[in-house]
Design a protein around this ligand. Structure first.
Ligand code: G
Ligand code: G
Ligand code: MN
Ligand code: NA
Length: 254
């Protein structure tokens, strides 16, 4: 209860912040995207992890205003970076199941893009595989609606949610994010290795791009490159950064 009331005030008190983690092309090492990751700094509780407060925000319904704030902020930042003339980026934003199921989602996203002046192709919404597979037919419908608005979608935490091939083919997504639990022991665990190889090959045959999450070592990267994974995200390149620090990286990159 204490967390809920603190969370209720967090938006008004300006306690939220977004950090941006680079998404990097494995072929040439360039930054081609950013994932927006929400951070909450509470004066007494300290920095609270989204893993802790997102479930509370979902149960209380607060995820709707919070999620809208994240979208607005990330889209505005993407527009600002686009204007600087630095390499164009795709901004990836995590969607909660509650947002995904809300009937006004396509309208809301379209309105924010319009108001901020960002073309829809620079935004990507991440939906976890678990959420997509809870109600696959519903997910197909929502993805179709978003797709018609020109908005890209990716499947987050891929490999953990038991997608069936027939559904995956019907999901209007353009990228699979290989879950970091498979990447972690990729160099030593034969099963993880086999799973990652299978996901990359599956994606390729469906015409989807792949990004590996949680890449921390040069060895993991070499393996992914050999298998033809398109992109990587992880501490090896950079942890999630405040906007100014991300921008400094971008400038160094251009
Ligand atoms: O960045 P970090 O590892 O702390 O994120 C923990 C979890 O919180 C991840 O699963 C991530 O997807 C989720 N998360 C981070 N930011 C957001 C957000 O803006 N919205 C939602 N729904 N989840 C987020
Ligand atoms: O669930 P989602 O994939 O949206 O969340 C990504 C989470 O992974 C974020 O909380 C982010 O801080 C974290 N993360 C990003 N890169 C790495 C990494 O290289 N190693 C680990 N352990 N976590 C990472
Ligand atoms: Mn994500
Ligand atoms: Na993930």
């Amino acid at each position: 209860l204490q967390l809920v009331s603190a969370l209720r005030q967090a938006l008004n008190l300006g306690q939220f912040e977004i950090h941006y983690q680079p998404q990097v092309s494995i072929a040439d090492g360039r930054i081609i995207g950013a994932e927006a990751l929400l951070r909450w700094r509470h004066p007494e509780l300290g920095t609270v992890s989204p893993a802790e407060f997102i479930p509370v925000a979902e149960d209380s319904g607060l995820i709707l205003p919070i999620g809208e704030w994240v979208l607005r902020c990330a889209v505005r930042q993407a527009k600002a970076w686009l204007e600087t003339g630095l390499a164009p980026l795709i901004m990836a934003v995590n969607l909660s199941v509650v947002q995904f199921r809300h009937p006004d989602l396509p309208k809301l996203v379209t309105r924010i893009l319009d108001e901020e002046g960002l073309p829809p192709e620079y935004l990507e919404l991440e939906l976890t595989e678990g959420v997509a597979m809870q109600n696959p037919q519903g997910a197909i419908d929502v993805m179709n609606n978003l797709h018609e608005c020109g908005i890209r979608m990716s499947i987050d935490d891929f490999g953990t949610g038991y997608s069936s091939l027939s559904y995956l083919k019907k999901f209007k997504v353009y990228k699979l994010k290989i879950d970091q639990s498979f990447v972690r022991d990729i160099s030593t665990d034969p099963e993880d290795k086999a799973i990652v190889i299978a996901v990359i090959s599956l994606a390729r045959s469906l015409g989807l791009k792949t990004i590996a999450e949680g890449v921390e070592t040069a060895e993991q990267l070499a393996f992914l490159r050999n298998q033809g994974c398109n992109e990587m995200q992880g501490y090896l390149f950079s942890k999630p950064l405040p906007a100014e620090q991300f921008e400094a990286l971008l400038k160094r990159d251009t």
